[in-house]
Write a protein of this length. Structure first.
Ligand code: CMC
Length: 426
């Protein structure tokens, strides 16, 4: 393959370097193109544009491959733990036993929140969506942990990263307990990350909380499956916010806000609500017809990058079955989901557009069985994705070529004109 592309416009030619990655498509470097040609490139939605260089996560959408630092997601989901994956994403390598013990200790001993932080939750209405609480509460962390806001200090960057990974479960559990009117539960240092989170969500003072290893493992696996996903909308939001030098608590709050949208992390809530709306297998054909008539989308289907299958969806489906079996739940929505998947995958509308179930299709049924209300689904996504966001944020800061993000535009509005007073308008 050649190392440059040549673009000819009229009688002028421009040589554009081609940069090679370790795997995946090479990129045409257009950084100097505007300076040389006075032209911008145009790519709304970034469908053909690499916005950064990264060593963290790789996706091959056609082959259905997702790698974190080179390790396939199914191997990590099967053999690793969420905290180990956090270390991998943040630091680039799987930890030695000694490194892991230190990392786990650091995270565990940052799980508590400043005591005054608890009063912050009281300012929200009880019926506030927990994602609204998350956006506000995570943004407010900077008001409580001002000693780790200097983004130019690598040690402070690391402490902020650890604080975010550690405190997200505590904040998420409080958002949940607050919305259901139950008292907040203090984290316990002897429990694992996921067990601690489940206890903070579901234990009540009136009785002892008994851990269920199958549910703890399922929670941990769900966190692993959501940990990072390359330059998606929320991650790009975090990078763009961070490019101005903003501290990580503000950047992660921005990521949470973006994630909440129904085309992104909000889809897990919408997918389950869609299954509830369909209700029974008999209603599927009419619902699918509505999709084909473009009245609405099939939530939990389709992906910008995966055009074959979503490797996370396969693990999620297996986890879903394990959880339902363990809890002895016969959820009629699972039957609807399986039939809907079958109908869609054999229909030319979906085949032609390469629309396959994504991770959100089965996660909702699993989380519901575990006792989470639908409005908590995206919160769990945000909790897990925090490590991906902060790893990408950290990578951006460590890149000496970092520049503030500043996209250009194709302007189609009014050209220059003079201001006119009221009497001269219209
Ligand atoms: N149901 C029905 N039709 C769809 C769907 C869907 N879920 N997704 C895409 N299409 C159609 C779309 O209407 C278009 O059809 P046509 O060519 O006739 O105009 C074609 O497929 C291409 O769609 P697109 O909008 O250009 O695809 P995109 O890459 O911009 O969108 C997506 C990707 C994920 C936003 C979209 O597939 C979608 O909205 N899916 C439903 C929401 C969802 O499940 N999101 C979760 C994604 S996975 C978790 C995450 O990473 O956040």
């Amino acid at each position: 393959m050649t190392d440059k592309a040549t673009l000819t416009i009229g009688d002028k030619s421009y040589d554009l370097p081609i940069l090679k990655g370790s795997t995946g498509p090479d990129v045409v470097d257009v950084r100097k193109f505007y300076g040389d040609s006075d032209l911008f490139t145009f790519d709304p939605g970034f469908t053909s544009t690499a916005s950064c260089e990264s060593k963290i996560t790789y996706i091959d959408g056609d082959a259905g491959i997702l790698l974190h630092r080179g390790y396939p997601i199914d191997q990590l989901a099967e053999k690793s733990s969420f905290l180990e994956v956090c270390h991998l994403l943040l630091n680039g390598e799987l930890p030695t036993a000694e490194e892991f013990a230190k990392f786990e200790h650091n995270i565990t001993y940052h799980t508590m929140l400043h005591a005054q932080f608890d009063s912050f939750f009281q300012g929200f209405r009880r019926d506030a969506h927990p994602m609204a609480i998350m956006t506000g509460a995570v943004g407010a962390l900077s008001a409580f942990y001002a000693d780790s806001l200097n983004v130019d200090d690598p040690k402070q960057r690391e402490i902020s990263a650890h604080r975010l990974i550690a405190k997200m479960p505590t904040i998420a559990a409080r958002a949940f307990q607050y919305s259901v009117g139950r008292p907040f539960v203090t984290p316990r240092n002897e429990l694992s990350y996921s067990e601690n989170f489940l206890r903070m969500c579901f234990s009540v003072p009136a009785e002892d909380w008994v851990p269920n290893p199958v549910l703890t493992r399922a929670m941990d696996r769900i966190f692993i499956l959501h940990a990072d996903h390359e330059q998606n909308a929320s991650t790009s939001t975090v990078r763009l916010a961070g490019s101005s030098g903003a501290h990580p608590f503000a950047c992660i709050a921005a990521g949470i806000a973006c994630l909440w949208g129904p085309s992104h992390g909000g889809a897990n809530q919408e997918a389950l609500e869609m299954l509830e709306e369909i209700g029974t297998v008999e209603n599927i054909p009419a619902y699918v017809q509505g999709v084909k008539d473009k009245k609405y989308k099939l939530m939990g289907f389709g992906h910008r990058v995966y055009k074959n299958f979503d490797p996370r969806a396969k693990v999620m489906q297996k986890t879903c079955y394990e959880v339902l079996e363990q809890l002895g739940i016969n959820d009629p929505l699972l039957e609807v989901a399986m039939e809907l998947e079958k109908v869609a995958l054999s229909d030319p509308y979906f085949i032609d557009r390469k629309l396959y179930p994504n991770i959100d299709f089965y996660s909702g049924i699993t989380l519901r069985a575990m006792g989470f209300p639908t409005n908590m689904f995206t919160v769990l996504f945000a909790l897990a994705r925090t490590v991906g966001w902060i790893s990408q944020w950290k990578e951006m800061f460590e890149d000496p070529s970092r520049k503030i993000g500043r996209p250009r535009q194709l302007y189609t509005g009014a050209t220059q004109r003079d201001y006119a007073p009221f009497e001269n308008r219209g």
